[in-house]
Write a protein that binds this ligand. Structure first.
Ligand SMILES: NC(=O)c1ccc[n+]([C@@H]2O[C@H](COP(=O)([O-])OP(=O)(O)OC[C@H]3O[C@@H](n4cnc5c(N)ncnc54)[C@H](OP(=O)(O)O)[C@@H]3O)[C@@H](O)[C@H]2O)c1
Length: 262
């Protein structure tokens, strides 16, 4: 049965292939990101590619609580019932500073935790699960592998990602009885256009080809590769599906085997 899924970060490297996948399955989508022109262009592309479900465009800046409040009103105004929500908190920048200034923490927590959580609250309000009738709602929070181990060059992400794990687990306990599932998926490096550009820049700086650079960077990854955006989209879609009907509060690692801990 077609679903209605909210995808934040819809125009990004991870969001686009996910939306393409959902649209190909006949699902309806609420596309969310800051840039309205990119969202509208994407909605047009999805329809031109044969999307049969409704495609809604809802711009929002997750770092701005007023923008999130406006988003909440607009979502309620759409009068849709969400079967799923994919939350992609804005990427935390790389830093090896373990003690950033208070204003840095305030900005990061606002943009990558407090604002996205406020948005999630609006998404939950648009879910009408009825587990007795087989109707469940799935929340997937996109995270990164610093949720499972300390990465020296992602000092602030270490903290924010684990905060999301605590939030997801807490919500999983609270919302499970009503049929709302909350899982996180933690990706290692994923070769979106943006990430591929960073790899190319590092390759140029090292005087090697991008393939050589990737081979060097993934020497500590058992599968010797980065994730593709399509693999990431498949995983998120799978967590939205009946596959997770008896799973909540998990943190699924999609890292090519990088994480050593059990
Ligand atoms: N790529 C990776 O290697 C990787 C690995 C692990 C985890 N992740 C996580 O995966 C998620 C998506 O990453 P990505 O690689 O797809 O990033 P991306 O290509 O930079 O896309 C980011 C998306 O989020 C939107 N966005 C950014 N800031 C926003 C804000 N303040 N409010 C609302 N929307 C905002 C962007 O659109 P606008 O600019 O128009 O708002 C865009 O749609 C992030 O949570 C990231 O931390 C990525």
């Amino acid at each position: 049965m077609p679903r209605m899924i909210l995808v934040t970060g819809a125009t990004g490297g991870m969001g686009r292939p996910l939306c393409e996948r959902l649209a190909q399955s006949g699902d309806g989508i609420v596309l969310a990101a800051r840039g309205r022109p990119a969202l509208e262009a994407q909605a047009g592309e999805l329809k031109a590619a044969g999307a049969t479900g409704p495609i809604h465009v809802l711009p929002v800046d997750m770092a701005d609580l007023q923008s999130v409040a406006d988003f909440g009103k607009a979502l309620a105004g759409l009068d849709v019932t969400l079967d799923g929500a994919v939350l992609m908190p804005p990427q935390m920048p790389r830093t090896d500073d373990p003690l950033p200034d208070a204003e840095v923490w305030t900005r990061l927590f606002q943009g990558s935790f407090i604002g996205p959580l406020a948005l999630l609250k609006h998404a939950i309000a648009a879910m009408r699960p009825d587990p007795g009738a087989g109707r469940r709602a799935k929340i997937v929070i996109v995270s990164g592998i610093s949720s499972a181990q300390v990465l020296g060059h992602y000092a602030t992400a270490n903290v924010l990602r684990t905060a999301w794990l605590g939030q997801a687990k807490t919500l999983a306990f609270a919302l499970g009885p009503s049929g709302i599932h909350v899982n996180t998926v933690s990706f290692g490096g994923t070769l979106t256009a943006h990430y591929a550009g960073l790899v190319e820049a590092r390759a140029a700086a090292n005087g090697v080809t991008p393939d050589q650079q990737i081979a060097a960077e993934t020497e500590n990854v058992p599968l010797r590769k980065y994730c593709t955006p399509q693999e990431a989209a498949l995983t998120v879609d799978t967590l939205l599906s009946a596959f997770s009907d008896h799973m909540t509060g998990i943190n699924l690692l999609q890292d090519g085997g990088f994480t050593r801990a059990y």
